[in-house]
Design a protein around this ligand. Structure first.
Ligand code: GCW
Length: 691
C-alpha cells in the first residue's frame, strides 16, 4: 500500500508485513460463502470480496450472491442449514457436551470438499478467517477433523508509548525505534488514518483486540485526550473498530486537577469521583465501545494516590467506579518503585518494590481493575526471573506486561526474536511443576499486554525482522503454548513465501538459523547471568557497565575485585527470594540450586564460583561474550543467503542493521570482558585477547 509520508506531501510505500495480497490467494481463488450479520461480519465479507476480485474466486452471502456450491463457508452460528455443509459436520462443529464455541472462538473443519469456519460471535468469525489465511492452500487440501480455537486470554492488548507532541527528550514515541507515531503527528491525530486501518488489520490477523493509543507518561497535551481532544481518540477508534480492536487511553491520575481545575485529585473525595464519572460518561457518549483507562501512578514522577495518603487500591477503584457502568476496565500498572534511592543504602531493593506495594492490597481492587505487572521484577531486561507479584495476588485480576519494543534488547537494530523469552515467562510455574503457569493466572484474569514496537517506518518496526515480535506477541496472547519456532514459520510463510522468488524452504532455514536463538545470542554478548542494566543511562543502547552503578534508579551489579551480583537472599541479602512461593523461594535462595542464568540476579559470588556448567563465573563471562559475537558474525553471513529470496530494499535494510549489530556486539564484548578482567585480574583460560 502507499500512504502519505510524514510531510504529507509525498507518498511512501508501506510494507505489507504478514498480510501481502498473495496471502489471500487460496481464499480468493475459491467460491466462498460468508453468512451472518454485524459490522465485523462485514469486514470478513469485504476481505473475502477483495480477495475474490483479485484472484478470480466468487463469493456469496449478499445480494450479489454466488449460488454455490462453495469451497469455503464462514458462518455465524445459525439454525439454518449451510449450503453444501452436511448436517453431521455442523453437529460435530458444536459437539456436545460443550456445544458453545465460545467468545471470540471458532470451529474449523473440512469435509466433502467444503471448509467450514463457524463462530458464535462476529469476532470469532474474523479470527476464523485469518486462520484460513494462515493455512493457505492447506485449508483446502485434504479433509480436516474438527478443530476448536479459543483465545487463552480474552484481552490481548498493545500499549503505545506514543506522545501527541514530540517530547524534548523522548521524542514522539517513548522507547520507539520505528519512526514516529502512526496515530499522532504535530500535536494532533494524523489527518490521514489509512495507516491505522492497515495496522488494525495486521493486529487482528495475529489476534490483538485492544490498543492503548498514548503514552503511560501522560504529558500536558496528552492529558487533554480525555476531555477536549477526545474527538482525536474517536477518530482513531473508528479505524480500529472494523477489525475488532477497542481503544484504551492512558490518563493522568491528577486529571481532576490539571483538566478539571479541582483543588485535589484525592480518590476518596466526592468531587473527584464525580469529575471522573462525568468525564467517563462523555467518553462513552463519544466512543461507545471504549475499552478503558491505563494508569501509571506514583511511578517515575507520575502523580498518584500517595500524595493524598491513599493506597493504589483507592486510586484504581475510583477510576474503576467511573468505568464500571459501561463495562470498561482500568489497567493499573504495578511498576511502582523508588527511583530516587541512595545507592549507598543496601537495604532498598528495586526488585522487591512491586510486591511490597501491591501484594498487601490483594482482594481490595474492584472487579474491573486489572493490575498490569511487568513480567520481571525489574524492567524488561534481557533476563529476569518472573515477577513474584504474579503468584501473590490470587484475588486480583492480573495482566502480564511484555515489552515488544526492544528498549533493552537491541532497539530494533539487533535481531532479537523475543518469542522464546515470552514463551518461557508464560510457561513458568510459580508454584512448581504441579501448579498453574503464568499464562493460566493472567488468562483467567487480565490477559496479556505488550508495549508496541510499531511506528510510521515503512517496515512498521524499523528492523524488518522485528515484525516477527509483533506477530508473535499476538499469537502467544491467543495461544501461549505455541512453539516460538512454529510461530516464526507462520510469520515467514505469510510475509515472504507468497512473494518469494523460487522455493520458500531455503529462506525459512535461513531465518530460523538467524532468529530462533537470537534472544540468547543477545544475552550472551550483553549483561551476563541475569545481572542486567549494564547499559548507557538514558537511551539504554550499548554497554556502560557502571553507568547506573551510583545512580538513584536502584539498578546495581555490585562488582568489586572479588565478585559480582546482587545478594537478594533471605539469609544475608535483601530478602527478595522470600517473595516467591515454594519451591522457587528455596531454589532461588540456594546458591547450589539457583539456575545459572539467574545467578547474579539472586547472589553475589566470587569470580571463581563454579557454575552448573562447570565454568567459573568470570570464565563464563569471557566465553559467552566471545561466543555471542561469533554468533552475530554467523548470522550476518547467513543473511547473504537470503539475497534472492526477499525484496532488495528489505535485504539491504537488514544487511545495514546487521553491520551495526556486529559493531555494537563487539563493543559489548570488549567492554564487559575488559571490565571484569581489570576488576578480577583473572586471565582468560583460553588466552584470547581482552583489551
Ligand atoms: O522501561 C522503562 C522505560 C520508560 C518507561 C517505563 C515504564 C514509559 O525506560 O521509558 O516509561 O519503563 O514502563 O513506565
Amino acid at each position: 500500500m502507499t500512504i502519505p509520508d510524514r510531510t504529507g506531501a509525498d507518498t511512501t510505500e508501506v510494507h505489507e508485513a504478514w498480510l501481502p495480497p498473495e496471502a489471500f490467494r487460496a481464499i480468493g481463488s475459491r467460491r466462498v460463502l460468508v453468512r451472518g450479520e454485524g459490522p465485523l461480519v462485514e469486514t470478513v465479507r469485504e476481505e473475502v470480496a477483495g480477495a475474490c476480485a483479485r484472484y478470480g474466486g466468487a463469493h456469496g452471502g449478499d445480494q450479489h450472491a454466488h449460488a454455490g456450491p462453495y469451497d469455503l463457508v464462514l458462518a455465524l452460528t445459525t439454525a439454518e442449514p449451510l449450503p453444501g455443509v452436511a448436517a453431521e459436520v455442523l453437529a460435530e462443529l458444536r459437539r456436545l457436551p460443550d456445544p458453545t464455541i465460545g467468545e471470540q472462538g471458532f470451529a474449523l473443519a473440512r469435509r466433502d470438499g467444503v471448509t467450514v469456519a463457524l463462530a458464535d460471535d462476529p469476532a470469532g468469525l474474523l479470527y476464523g478467517l485469518f486462520q484460513v489465511v494462515r493455512l493457505g492452500e492447506a485449508a483446502f487440501r485434504a479433509g480436516r477433523p474438527v478443530e476448536r480455537h479459543r483465545p487463552a486470554m480474552l484481552r490481548r492488548m498493545l500499549d503505545h508509548w506514543d506522545n501527541v507532541d514530540v517530547h524534548p527528550v523522548m521524542g514522539q514515541v517513548e522507547r520507539g525505534y520505528a519512526g514516529g507515531s502512526i496515530f499522532w503527528r504535530d500535536g494532533a491525530a494524523r489527518g490521514d488514518l489509512a495507516r491505522v486501518r492497515a495496522y488494525a488489520r495486521l493486529l487482528a490477523a495475529c489476534g490483538v483486540n485492544a490498543v492503548a493509543v498514548n503514552n503511560v507518561n501522560v504529558h500536558a497535551t496528552e492529558a487533554h485526550l480525555l476531555t477536549d481532544r477526545l474527538g482525536d481518540v474517536a477518530a482513531i477508534a473508528d479505524e480500529l473498530r472494523p477489525y475488532g480492536i477497542r481503544v484504551h487511553l492512558s490518563v493522568n491520575f491528577a486529571a481532576p486537577v490539571v483538566l478539571g481545575g479541582l483543588p485535589t485529585a484525592d480518590p476518596l473525595d466526592e468531587g473527584v469521583r464525580a469529575w471522573w464519572a462525568a468525564a467517563t460518561a462523555k467518553v462513552y457518549a463519544t466512543i461507545p465501545d471504549f475499552g478503558g483507562y491505563v494508569v501509571k501512578a506514583d511511578s517515575e514522577g507520575q502523580p498518584g494516590p500517595f500524595a493524598y495518603g491513599r493506597s493504589h487500591a483507592d486510586g484504581a477503584n475510583a477510576l474503576a467506579g467511573a468505568l464500571a457502568p459501561y463495562g470498561g476496565v482500568v489497567h493499573w500498572r504495578a511498576f511502582v518503585y523508588d527511583h530516587r534511592q541512595d545507592w549507598r543504602d543496601r537495604s532498598t531493593d528495586r526488585a522487591r518494590a512491586a510486591h511490597d506495594h501491591f501484594a498487601p492490597l490483594d482482594g481490595r481492587f474492584g472487579d474491573n481493575v486489572i493490575l498490569q505487572v511487568k513480567h520481571g521484577p525489574m524492567d524488561f531486561q534481557v533476563r529476569e526471573p518472573v515477577s513474584p507479584v504474579i503468584a501473590a495476588m490470587p484475588a486480583t485480576r492480573l495482566a502480564a506486561e511484555l515489552q515488544v519494543t526492544q528498549e533493552y534488547t537491541g532497539q530494533q537494530r539487533h535481531v532479537c526474536y523475543l518469542a522464546p523469552m515470552w514463551r518461557e515467562v508464560l510457561g513458568f510455574r510459580p508454584w512448581g511443576p504441579d501448579g498453574p503457569a503464568v499464562a493460566d493466572v493472567v488468562g483467567g484474569g487480565g490477559g496479556l499486554v505488550g508495549v508496541s514496537n510499531a511506528g510510521d517506518d515503512p517496515y512498521w518496526t524499523g528492523h524488518p525482522l522485528a515484525q516477527a515480535n509483533l506477530y508473535a506477541f499476538g499469537r502467544l496472547a491467543w495461544a501461549p503454548g505455541l512453539d516460538p519456532a512454529a510461530i516464526l514459520d507462520e510469520w515467514i510463510d505469510l510475509t515472504f513465501a507468497p512473494t518469494a522468488t523460487g522455493e520458500a524452504e531455503p529462506l525459512r532455514r535461513t531465518l530460523h538459523a538467524m532468529m530462533d536463538d537470537s534472544w540468547r545470542t543477545y544475552e550472551r554478548y550483553t549483561a551476563p547471568l541475569g545481572v542486567g542494566f549494564m547499559v548507557r543511562p538514558g537511551h539504554h543502547y550499548g554497554p556502560d557497565v557502571d553507568g547506573y552503578e551510583y545512580t538513584p534508579w536502584g539498578t546495581y551489579h555490585f562488582a568489586d575485585r572479588d565478585g559480582v551480583g546482587v545478594d537478594r537472599t533471605r539469609a544475608t541479602g535483601t530478602g527478595f527470594t522470600g517473595q516467591y512461593p515454594p519451591p522457587w523461594a528455596e531454589v532461588y535462595e540456594s546458591l547450589d540450586r539457583c539456575p545459572d542464568e539467574l545467578l547474579l540476579f539472586f547472589h553475589h559470588v566470587p569470580y571463581g564460583h563454579v557454575l552448573h556448567s562447570g565454568l567459573t563465573v568470570v570464565q563464563h563471562i569471557y566465553d559467552s561474550h566471545f561466543a555471542g559475537v561469533e554468533q552475530v558474525e554467523r548470522l550476518r553471513r547467513r543473511w547473504a543467503d537470503a539475497a534472492d529470496a526477499v525484496p532488495p530494499a528489505l535485504h539491504a535494510r537488514v544487511a545495514g542493521l546487521l553491520d551495526e549489530q556486529l559493531r555494537c556486539a563487539l563493543e559489548w564484548r570488549d567492554q564487559i570482558n575488559a571490565y571484569f578482567f581489570r576488576k578480577s585480574g583473572v586471565p582468560d583460560a583460553r588466552g584470547r585477547r581482552i583489551p
